[in-house]
Ligand binder design. Structure first.
Ligand SMILES: Cc1cc2nc3c(=O)[nH]c(=O)nc-3n(C[C@H](O)[C@H](O)[C@H](O)COP(=O)(O)OP(=O)(O)OC[C@H]3O[C@@H](n4cnc5c(N)ncnc54)[C@H](O)[C@@H]3O)c2cc1C
Length: 496
C-alpha cells in the first residue's frame, strides 16, 4: 500500500512474519499462537492456497513417502493409513488451520522478493509482490521465520540432454504436471527412479499401453503394507486417537533409528533385507542386481517406500518395464541409449528432481548490503551467523521433515519469550573470535547424504562448523534432546 500524498510504501508491522504456508509454516503459526500468544504475526504465501509441496504436485498417485504419524504434527493425531495421498495431507492441514483459527493470519499470493535487516530500526523490511495484482507491498517484522521449503516450486530440474528439441512427443515434469495430459492407451517413458517415479508409474500403468522406467542407476525401494498392525489393534481397543498417534510416532521413530544405525554400521544386512523384499515380488528370474542394487550405502539417499509393493507388482504383471542405461540422445520418437537401444514413447516424464533454492529466492540484505547466506555458518541448523532475528526451516532427510520443523518451532518460540524476558529485541548468532578459523563444512556433507539436487545446489547452502553450536547433525535422535535444552544464554547468541 502506498501513501497517497507521498507515494511512498506504507509498511504493515508484525512481531513475527512467517514465509510459506506449507507444513512447516502452518506448524510454525500453530506453535507461535500457542506459546507466544501476545505476538502479532502474519504468514505470507506465494501460491493461492496452503500446503506447499502437497499443493504444487498434482501428478498421478502423488503421496507421501513417510508415514503421516511422524510427517504429521505432534499435536494433531493422524487417523488414516500411514502413507497418505496429497489430498489427504491437504485435508489434514486444512483442519489444523480451521481448528486453530489460523486462516485470518494467512495472506496468499504474496511473494517475498526482498528482505533487508535495518540495524537502526531493529527490524526486517520486506518487499512483497502480490501475484494477483502485481502491486508491491511493504511489511516490517521483528523476527523473520523462513518456512519456504528447499526447492524452487516454479520449475523442476530437467538435465540438458542432447537432441531434446528433436523429440516430437510431449515432455512433462512431475512438478508442473499439466491438467490436460491424456495418457490413456499411450506409450509412456518415465526418466528417473526416485520416489516420484515409483509413485507415478504404478498410478499410470493401468491406463497406458506400456510404461517404462528408465534409470541411469538403481534406487533402494522398501515395499511395505500401507497399514500397521499395532495401530489397527489400538484402534480396535478404542484407544483415543491422540494416544494411538503418540504410540505410533514412538514406534516408527524407534524402528527408524534401528534401520539408520544398521545402514551405517551393517549396510549389507539392510541391503540384503531390501533386495530380498524386492525379490519376493519380482521372482528369482528377475535381474535384481542390474535394476535394484544401487552402488551407494542405504540412507545416503532417501529410501523410497513402495506401499504394498505396487511398483514391483506392475513390473511383474508386464505392464511396467525397467531399463537401466544412459541416454545418448533424444530422437524424434523417444530416446537412444548408450547401449544403442532405442525407446519410443508418446509421452516422456522427466522425474529427474528439483532445483534446490535458498530462503525462498528472496534477495536478502543487511543494512542494504547483500547477505552471503552460503558463506554464513548455521547456528544448530536453525539460525545463521551474523544474520539477526531470522530462522529458516530445513527438515530431516532421513526422518520426517516435520519432526525437525516442530523442534525448530519450539526453539523459536522459546527464544522470542526469552528475548522478552531480557527486554531485548535483537538476537544475532555470532562466531566467537576463538572460532574464527574453525573448519567450515558443507551443511549436508556429501558422504552422508548425496541426492542430485543437493550436489547441484550445495553452493547455495550455508556452512556448518565442527562443533556445537555451529554443527548441523540433521539427526533427530540427537536433536530431540539437544534442541529443547539449548542454553539461550550461551555466548554465541548475542542480544541487544
Ligand atoms: C513429491 C514430494 C514428496 C515428498 N514426500 C515427503 C515425505 O513423505 N516425507 C518427508 O519428510 N518429506 C517429503 N518431501 C519433502 C517435503 O517437501 C517436505 O517434507 C515438506 O513438505 C516441506 O514443507 P515446507 O513447508 O518446509 O516446504 P514446502 O512444502 O516447499 O512449502 C514452502 C512454501 O513456501 C512458499 N514460498 C517459497 N518461497 C516463498 C516466497 N519468497 N514468498 C512467499 N512464499 C514462498 C511456497 O510457495 C510453498 O508454499 C517430499 C517432497 C516432494 C517434492
Amino acid at each position: 500500500m502506498s501513501n497517497p500524498t507521498t507515494g511512498t510504501l506504507v509498511a504493515e508491522h508484525f512481531d513475527v512474519l512467517i514465509v510459506g504456508a506449507g507444513i512447516s509454516g502452518i506448524g510454525g503459526a500453530y506453535h507461535l499462537q500457542q506459546r507466544c500468544p501476545t505476538k502479532s504475526f502474519v504468514l505470507l504465501e506465494t501460491k493461492e492456497t496452503f500446503g506447499g509441496t502437497w499443493a504444487q504436485h498434482t501428478y498421478p498417485g502423488i503421496r507421501s513417502d513417510s508415514d503421516l504419524y511422524t510427517f504429521g504434527y505432534s499435536f494433531k493425531p493422524w487417523t488414516g493409513p500411514p502413507i497418505a495421498a496429497a489430498g489427504e495431507i491437504l485435508t489434514y492441514l486444512n483442519e489444523v488451520i480451521d481448528e486453530n483459527d489460523l486462516r485470518r493470519h494467512i495472506r496468499y499470493q504474496h511473494t517475498i522478493v526482498g528482505a533487508d535487516w535495518s540495524s537502526a530500526a531493529k527490524h526486517w523490511v520486506l518487499d512483497v509482490e502480490r501475484s494477483d495484482t502485481g502491486e508491491m507491498l511493504r511489511f516490517t517484522c521483528g523476527f523473520l521465520w523462513m518456512c519456504a521449503g528447499y526447492y524452487r516450486h516454479s520449475e523442476g530440474y530437467t538435465p540438458d540432454w542432447p537432441g531434446i528439441d528433436q523429440y516430437l512427443g510431449r515432455i512433462v515434469h512431475p512438478q508442473t504436471w499439466p491438467n490436460d495430459l491424456d495418457y490413456m492407451g499411450k506409450r509412456v517413458l518415465v526418466i528417473g527412479s526416485g520416489a516420484t517415479a515409483a509413485t507415478i508409474i504404478p498410478a499410470m500403468a493401468d491406463d497406458c499401453e506400456q510404461i517404462t522406467m528408465l534409470q541411469r542407476s538403481p534406487t533402494y525401494f522398501y515395499p511395505r503394507p500401507n497399514s500397521d498392525e499395532l495401530a489397527d489393534t489400538l484402534r480396535e481397543l478404542e484407544i483415543p486417537d491422540q494416544w494411538v498417534h503418540e504410540i505410533m510416532r514412538r514406534k516408527i521413530l524407534r524402528e527408524g533409528h534401528i534401520v539408520h544405525q544398521l545402514s551405517a554400521e551393517h549396510p549389507d544386512l539392510v541391503i540384503n533385507e531390501l533386495l530380498t523384499a524386492a525379490r519376493g515380488y519380482l521372482g528369482d528370474d528377475f535381474d535384481i542386481d542390474t535394476h535394484f542394487r544401487p552402488s551407494y550405502r542405504p540412507w545416503t539417499q532417501r529410501i523410497a517406500v513402495v506401499p504394498d509393493g505396487d511398483l514391483f507388482k506392475g513390473i511383474r504383471s508386464g505392464k511396467v518395464d525397467v531399463v537401466t542405461d544412459q541416454i545418448d540422445t533424444f530422437t524424434e520418437k523417444g530416446v537412444k541409449l548408450v547401449s544403442g537401444t532405442e525407446l519410443e514413447a508418446d509421452i516422456i516424464v522427466t522425474a529427474t528432481g528439483f532445483n534446490l533454492n535458498a530462503l525462498g529466492d528472496a534477495e536478502m540484505t543487511l543494512d542494504g548490503q547483500p547477505i552471503d547466506y552460503a558463506d554464513s555458518v548455521t547456528y544448530r541448523g536453525i539460525m545463521f551467523s551474523g544474520i539477526p532475528n531470522m530462522s529458516s526451516v530445513f527438515g530431516y532427510l532421513r526422518t520426517s521433515w516435520t519432526m525437525r520443523a516442530d523442534l525448530i518451532s519450539g526453539f523459536v518460540c522459546r527464544l522470542l519469550n526469552h528475548m522478552d524476558e531480557l527486554g531485548v529485541t535483537v538476537c544475532t548468532p555470532t562466531i566467537a573470535e576463538a572460532d574464527d578459523d574453525m573448519e567450515r563444512k558443507p551443511y549436508i556433507p556429501p558422504d552422508e547424504f548425496n541426492p542430485g539436487y543437493m550436489i547441484r545446489g550445495r553452493d547455495l547452502m550455508p556452512k556448518q562448523g565442527p562443533h556445537a553450536p555451529w554443527a548441523a547433525t540433521n539427526d533427530y535422535y540427537l536433536e530431540k534432546d539437544e534442541i529443547p535444552a539449548i542454553d539461550l544464554d550461551e555466548p554465541e547468541l548475542q542480544y541487544r
